[in-house]
Ligand binder design. Structure first.
Ligand SMILES: NC(=O)c1ccc[n+]([C@@H]2O[C@H](COP(=O)([O-])OP(=O)(O)OC[C@H]3O[C@@H](n4cnc5c(N)ncnc54)[C@H](OP(=O)(O)O)[C@@H]3O)[C@@H](O)[C@H]2O)c1
Length: 327
């Protein structure tokens, strides 16, 4: 397994595993199947699992906790706090207070059955709460050994600088893929300047960049993509053009569309670790195959040209969701 360094001292497999979909958002869950995927991932050398307290709440951390009971030394765990959600409700609010961080961290440690979280993220930034206060609270959790490192999700470059001045930020996690490249403008250069790693979430465009969505593809019960602008039928039809370019390249490289999407991200820098999510062993194997796909400069240029020529139709979140990014 190829390895990558994130920030100063976190070294992980070049591809991590996004565990969110094993609990909700993309259709029904199957715990036994999920456990087999986790087992297989570790067997194939993946040692970086991504979860959050609000996935399922709190099903995803409990699932990972079951796995960690026998596999803790083999995996580095990233989890998150800050989005407040009640079980059974999608409605949410944000709380970045140190008191809430402590309460959530202790609850996550209990659910995961571990005594230290390897990477603890603020899931969404509350613009009305000073980031300095949040970081000071998280720094105390580092001193106490409850968390090893601090990460921030969907943070703006300006907030990142303020946060990093209080305590080193190890990782920024943001959506990054062939159809979501806003991070390249300011956040990624700032990470590079400050020595912060980047974890790319939804690297497969929530499945869209694998080619599995046609404009008439039905969504399963509980699939939240049905509410996302990019997945509305008219936008799917338009966004298929980008997938067609990716698929044509995949045919020429004798690999899969998903592998091209991940290989492109891996080629954007050694400081980037994509965390594709899956509930299926076949997809896990497909995704890890991306590590063997070598994109030449001409291939990368072809993809870049396509992204510029074929602007994505629809935002990546709803209007409300967009308020939580680049904060
Ligand atoms: N910080 C944040 O705010 C945030 C937000 C979103 C996600 N995340 C994290 O990032 C992780 C990954 O993102 P994501 O799950 O949203 O999106 P993703 O990895 O881009 O895509 C996941 C979707 O693609 C499908 N898929 C995966 N591999 C495939 C393949 N080889 N061929 C065809 N389909 C494939 C999955 O379905 P199957 O399950 O059927 O394989 C699932 O529907 C999440 O699990 C979560 O941990 C973080």
């Amino acid at each position: 397994m190829q390895r990558r360094k994130l920030g100063i001292d976190l070294e992980v497999s070049a591809l991590g595993l996004g565990c969110m979909g094993m609990s909700e958002f993309y259709g029904p869950r199957d715990d036994e199947q999920a456990m087999r995927v986790l087992e297989q991932a570790v067997g194939m050398g993946v040692d970086f699992f991504d979860t959050a307290d609000m996935y399922g709440p709190h099903h995803n951390e409990e699932l990972i906790g079951r796995f960690l009971a026998t596999h803790r030394p083999k995996v580095q765990i990233a989890t998150k706090f800050g989005i407040v959600r009640k079980p059974g409700e999608y409605r949410r609010s944000i709380d970045n207070s140190p008191q809430y961080a402590r309460q959530c961290c202790e609850a996550s440690l209990r659910r995961l059955g571990i005594d230290q979280v390897d990477l603890y993220y603020v899931h969404r930034i509350d613009p009305s709460h000073p980031i300095e206060d949040t970081m000071a609270g998280l720094a105390r959790l580092v001193q106490e050994g409850k968390i090893a490192r601090i990460g921030l999700c969907e943070v703006s470059a300006a907030t990142l600088r303020r946060a990093h001045a209080v305590h080193p930020v190890a990782v920024v996690q943001t959506e990054y893929s062939l159809w979501t490249r806003d991070v390249e403008a300011e956040v990624l250069p700032t990470c590079r300047e400050l020595g912060i790693g980047l974890v790319a979430y939804s690297p497969l465009g929530r499945g869209f960049l694998t080619g599995r969505f046609q404009d008439g593809t039905p969504f399963e019960e509980g699939d939240f993509r049905a509410s996302l602008p990019r997945f509305q039928p008219e936008n799917i039809a338009s966004n298929r053009s980008l997938v067609d370019v990716i698929t044509a390249l995949a045919v020429r490289k004798a690999c899969t569309t998903a592998q091209i999407a991940l290989a492109w991200l891996l080629a954007q820098g050694d400081d980037i670790v994509p965390i594709p999510g899956t509930r299926r062993i076949a997809h896990l194997q497909d995704n890890l195959g991306a590590l063997s796909v070598r994109l030449e400069p001409g291939d990368l240029a072809e993809l870049s040209r396509a992204v510029v020529a074929l602007p994505v139709a629809g935002e990546r979140y709803t209007e409300e969701g967009m308020k939580g990014v680049n904060v």
